[in-house]
Write a protein that binds this ligand. Structure first.
Ligand SMILES: Cc1cc2nc3c(=O)[nH]c(=O)nc-3n(C[C@H](O)[C@H](O)[C@H](O)COP(=O)(O)O)c2cc1C
Length: 459
């Protein structure tokens, strides 16, 4: 599975690189950027463009959003859903995985927007379920602070329950008659309210959209925590996983497959992808030039911002420990809280953050070297594909399409068959546009079980 990792913003995860000559990232607010990107991804046989999103500014590092704003780190940042119809209009097969948080906006209007996208894309849309991690996002939606982690996942589970009722249970497949002779557009006996009354949401229904090709979009999630894995086992069809050490991804894959089975699903009902840093060149010299250029433009502070590092490693001599630096800044509660490597030298801590992305899936080389590494990950970490990190738009995607995709195809690592009208779910799983009957969402089909609570979410 080939995904392109994107965000409707200048600086997504490769901080500082928007400044490179010829980089198109500052055109992110221009529709032509997305049309060009989607066209190229489709030519290269990508399965999806995956659109990340956050609902607040990164304001933990240095106690303000100043560095994030100055360096364009995920701010400014526009709504990802609104890009999809334009990209769908210039493509036939490409899917779109879009991020939406279950923590702040109630589910009814989102369910309708997603159904609209599923109609307009002819069933090529997926939803990346997130619960949001930025404290500023909580304050943007009227809260004083973050909802605790596990509680966010309980809310997510109920949110999913509500949207399944709307997508799967509110309208029957044959509700729309569209008979101009009798004047009946919809048979009212085949549409129903959902009357959901839960701990977090109350939604009457009926759903406002008629059934779309997939009904429920393909459910994506990125997780690693215990409660997140339980949520994934109940719901997710595509998981972003990773880890720092060899075997981490494979362990996550096994844990989520086991969670699937606890929830009456098949281990193979979920596909797994890792974020991949791929730097490819026609020659070793071209690879070296790219590496040198990316290093030169990379902003170290950008990494501190995105990781919400609660103190400033650059303010201190490199050889004092993190503990000493925190003491100097008076941040005694952070020493108590743990989580930071207190005995590591500050300089080493900063360097480790800067280089953290190289500890994940990272490969720089000519096409054969790159595809060998992709093949190794697929086999050893038991994954199904990658989510390609971008260093330069459109250099990263164009070079991947020109140099890597032909070799992936030669080795049979990506599928080349593209039946007309195929939905994203069919493309990934082959078995039809709708979720299989063993998925939780299916219990509401035909209006069944709307007043019967789902099995409890235990974690
Ligand atoms: C590849 C990838 C993409 C992610 N994209 C987003 C995103 O766009 N928005 C967001 O709020 N969180 C995003 N996350 C964070 C996850 O939703 C989640 O918070 C994180 O993986 C921690 O998992 P946990 O909640 O199980 O501890 C992403 C994580 C990964 C690995």
């Amino acid at each position: 599975m080939l995904n392109l990792f994107e965000m409707n913003t200048v600086g997504h995860i490769t901080h500082g690189l928007w400044r490179q000559p010829g980089n198109n990232r500052s055109r992110y607010a221009d529709l032509s950027y997305w049309i060009e990107l989607a066209t190229l991804a489709e030519q290269g046989g990508f399965d999806t463009i995956f659109l990340a999103d956050v609902l607040g500014a990164y304001d933990v590092y240095q106690g303000s959003a100043e560095v994030a704003l100055r360096e364009g780190i995920q701010i400014p940042n526009n709504d990802p859903m609104l890009l999809i119809p334009a990209m769908a209009a210039v493509t036939e097969h490409l899917g779109f995985g879009v991020t939406f948080s279950t923590s702040y906006e109630p589910p009814f209007a989102f369910a309708r927007r997603m159904s609209t996208l599923d109609h307009l894309t002819n069933g090529r849309v997926g939803w990346n379920v997130v619960t949001s991690y930025l404290p500023n996002a909580a304050r943007n939606f009227g809260l004083t602070d973050q909802i605790p982690h596990d509680e966010r996942y309980e809310i997510a589970d109920e949110f999913l329950d509500v949207v399944y009722k709307l997508w799967e249970g509110s309208w029957d497949d044959d509700a729309v008659v569209g008979d101009s002779v009798t004047g009946v557009y919809t048979d009212p006996s085949k549409v129903r309210a959902i009357n959901h009354v839960g701990e977090h949401f109350r939604v009457a229904g009926p759903h406002l959209s008629e059934p779309s090709p997939q009904r429920t979009p393909v459910i994506f999630q990125a997780t690693g925590s215990k409660v997140g894995i339980e949520l994934a086992g109940r719901h997710a069809e595509v998981i972003f996983t990773g880890g720092r050490a060899p075997g981490d991804a494979a362990r996550n894959v096994a844990a989520i497959r086991a969670a699937n089975e606890r929830n009456g699903r098949l281990a193979t009902d979920t596909k797994f992808v890792v974020q991949a840093a791929v730097i490819v060149g026609r020659t070793d010299a071209e690879v070296a030039e790219k590496l040198e250029r990316y290093r030169r433009f990379t902003s170290v502070q950008g990494t501190f911002v995105q990781q919400s590092i609660p103190f400033d490693p650059l303010l201190h001599p490199a050889d004092i420990t993190v503990r000493e630096a925190l003491e100097r800044e008076g941040l005694f509660d952070l020493i108590e809280a743990g989580g930071l490597p207190l005995n590591m030298a500050v300089g080493q801590f900063a360097a480790s953050l800067d280089q953290a992305w190289q500890k994940h899936f990272f490969v720089a080389g000519t096409p054969k070297v790159v595809v060998d590494e992709i093949e190794r990950w697929l086999a050893e970490e038991n994954i199904d594909g990658i989510n390609l990190r971008q260093y330069h738009s459109f250099e990263t995607l164009r070079d991947f399409v020109e140099l890597v995709v032909p070799e992936l195809r030669r080795r049979g690592l990506v599928s080349t068959s593209r039946p007309a009208g195929e939905t994203l779910r069919e493309r990934l799983f082959g078995a039809g546009p709708r979720l299989p009957g063993r998925h939780l969402a299916a219990r509401y089909r035909g209006g069944a079980n709307l007043d019967v609570p789902p099995p409890p979410f235990t974690h």
